[in-house]
Design a protein around this ligand. Structure first.
Ligand SMILES: [Fe+2]
Length: 387
């Protein structure tokens, strides 16, 4: 892969506050972008453990008002979006704060899209289908993984067929993203590991994706380095604020990398068990990532050698093929060290679902940007390996 001479599109990231105590600025920031009555979109846990109430108080102290909607489920659905929109309209809200990880942000973005554009969220499936910007919007991130606090994407599950669909548009990034590592310290080790592997998947897939370019390359490789160094520490000791801060940066810049480079079939494969049986997105990605690297390797051996070096492998004197294989081994070792299961059968993925999942994976927006052209039989083989 060389330097792309075609036009690449770069996301201008939202105004972003990263660092301990950043969440305290949420009230003043919301005032600055014109929000007076804010819907706080979050999950059931954060709606009841005091954190959403803390955000509400921060908004009130700055002269605003807030309503809490705690209905964003993991792998958020079209129904979660419709219920949140109802709460937004019933309470006369004019702005949105999302609080949580990717599920809260994706659900909140979807509510915001329909709030200003009308219709239902299904009307905005696909690329560049959102004509008007969302209402004033702040995303407060409590995990380090999806990058959804700054990406132009939202992923929603259609409850009619249990299939996820992606909305990807210039009008989907939020106005302000807040990554306060002190909020990340509350994540248990399993969630830290899963979300961190999602970020690693973003970085590796972006580095080999069709629209990879010098900007995304730098971001992706640095994200891989940070994750290889700091993710095990963040899993081992959740209160290690230096590790939490490093992971907050890593997930953010991995999000920036894939926002311009695209993703690949690890994500196409991972989305299906996510929506079919509700498996965590990060765990699915962690299982598929090394399998997809092995499958893709012949398309861009040199690129996977770079990934190996970023993972901390000493590649001196190795051929690109040897280095690539060692890099994939390093990804597997990282997963094992932080307790990610090695297969999805033990989590409930069923062999009889594979043909249907493979068919849906082929239709994903991430499939065309994968470096190796993929057939439905390739998808089936990769699902079988992931069992
Ligand atoms: Fe992801």
């Amino acid at each position: 892969m060389g330097i792309p001479t075609s036009i690449n599109r770069f996301l201008v990231p939202p105004v972003t506050l990263i660092g301990c105590g950043a969440v305290q600025a949420a009230g003043e920031q919301m005032k600055a972008i014109g929000g007076k009555k804010t819907l706080i979109v979050t999950d059931k846990f954060l709606a009841t453990n005091g954190l959403a109430d803390r955000i509400k108080k921060i908004l009130e102290d700055a002269g605003g008002q807030a309503i809490i909607y705690g209905g964003a489920e993991p792998n958020p659905t079209d129904k979660n979006v419709a219920d949140g929109l109802q709460a937004y309209r019933d309470n006369g809200c004019d702005s949105i704060i999302t609080l949580g990880g990717g599920s809260s942000h994706d659900c909140g973005k979807a509510i915001g899209i329909v709030a200003t554009n009308g219709g239902t969220i299904h009307d905005y499936k696909g690329i560049d289908t959102v004509p008007k910007p969302m209402p004033p919007f702040i995303a407060i991130n409590t995990t380090a993984g999806t990058g959804s606090e700054m990406t132009p994407a939202a992923v929603i599950t259609n409850t009619e067929n249990n299939v996820k669909f992606v909305i990807w548009s210039v009008n989907v990034p939020v106005n302000i993203a807040i990554d306060d590592p002190e909020l990340h310290a509350g994540m248990p080790p399993g969630l830290t590991a899963a979300t961190g592997m999602d970020a690693l998947t973003h970085a590796v897939e972006a580095y080999v994706a069709a629209f990879a370019n010098p900007i995304s390359d730098g971001l992706a490789l640095h994200a891989i380095k940070l994750i290889a160094t700091w993710l095990p520490k963040a899993v081992a000791n959740g209160t290690d604020i230096e590790a939490r801060t490093a992971m907050a940066y890593a997930a953010y810049i991995a999000g920036q990398a894939f926002s311009s480079a695209g993703l690949g079939i690890a994500h196409s494969l991972a989305h299906q068990p996510g929506s079919f049986i509700g498996l965590p997105h990060g765990v699915c990605n962690a299982v598929f990532l090394p399998l997809v690297c092995e499958f893709n390797m012949i398309a861009c051996m040199d690129r996977y050698a770079d990934v190996a070096a970023a993972m901390g492998v000493d590649i001196t004197g190795l051929t690109p093929r040897e280095a690539a294989i060692m890099g994939i081994e390093a990804i597997k070792n990282l997963s094992a060290d932080i307790g990610i299961p090695s297969g999805l059968a033990e989590l409930g993925m069923k062999a009889e679902d594979i043909p249907k999942m493979a068919e849906w994976a082929m239709k994903e927006v991430c499939t065309p940007t994968n470096p190796r052209i993929t057939t439905v039989n390739d998808m089936i083989a990769l699902y079988k390996k992931a069992m």
